[in-house]
Design a protein around this ligand. Structure first.
Ligand SMILES: [Mg+2]
Length: 267
């Protein structure tokens, strides 16, 4: 596992930095702050996690951003803490104290997504349970309610419907087990998002924050790579091949970490 270390075992070594530095905490949401559940609608933030985040957000030398693949509105409502930055669609849009950002997605790509959204809606009528979620700057096609036997054909239908747009370089597709994400083909990822937010704070405050980045997704690897040499990178889950230097084994360990952090920041 290329030396990814269990963070709690390195706590003593990291404590001084974590207690004293000007921090910028970056979190993914699903699988990092909230448990992965079959229906993404049910992914709620526990009271314990929320309290700990609130406590840290009250620390004048600690910034927080939650960046997710969900839409901006969805992620903001789901976390519901004032005073932190929210990033939707993997950072294509952001909002928070001193931050209003919308990646300038070319009109051509936005039209392609709109058109494709309509076409997919029609094509997927053949597959009961499949539906398209319009997240504004991106789309997600959900298959979790599709009968297992129909899944390959449903997936194939999405690929075929999207093919012309993909070949024209307007969109990119990424399919998971039960969801297919369709994004505009732009050079913007979580890594660039994190660096942009760090720079923004440094400009405003005149001090570079120390980034601490937690996540469990492939998209989080971009962020780990971006700050690997200047901050703390933490993969959440059973350790696997990752760019992160540390890991926390579960959401429970993330909550523990935040609790410990809040304690040492106070004292
Ligand atoms: Mg995640």
């Amino acid at each position: 596992m290329r030396g990814v270390r269990h963070l709690p075992e390195s706590w003593e070594a990291l404590k001084t930095d974590l207690a004293g530095r000007f921090l910028y905490l970056f979190f993914d949401y699903d699988g990092t702050l909230s448990s992965i559940v079959r229906d993404p609608e049910q992914a709620v933030l526990s009271v314990r996690m929320k309290r700990r985040l609130e406590r840290l957000s009250g620390d004048g030398r600690c910034r927080i951003a939650v960046i997710s693949g969900r839409s901006l509105e969805d992620i903001r409502n789901r976390v519901g803490i004032a005073g932190i930055v929210y990033g939707g669609n993997h950072g294509l849009e952001m909002e928070g104290p001193g931050v209003t950002f919308r990646y300038p997605v070319p009109e051509k790509m936005k039209c392609a997504l709109d058109e494709l959204c309509g076409q997919l809606g029609k094509a997927l009528l053949l597959f009961p349970g499949a539906f398209v979620e319009d997240k504004g700057l991106t789309l997600a096609v959900h298959f979790r309610r599709v009968k297992r036997g129909a899944l390959p054909a449903a997936m194939q239908t999405v690929l075929e419907t999207a093919r012309p747009y993909r070949l024209r370089g307007e969109i990119v597709l990424r399919s998971g087990k039960e969801v297919c994400e369709i994004r505009p083909s732009v050079e913007w990822d979580k890594g660039k998002t994190v660096l942009w937010l760090l720079e923004k704070v440094e400009e405003a405050v005149g001090e570079a924050p120390w980034p601490v980045c937690l996540g469990d997704d492939r998209t989080d690897e971009d962020a780990f790579r971006a700050i690997r040499n200047r901050g703390l990178t933490v993969f959440v889950g059973e350790p696997r091949e990752t760019e992160a230097m540390y890991y926390l084994g579960s959401i429970g360990e993330v909550a523990e970490f935040l609790g410990g952090l809040a304690r040492i920041r106070k004292g």
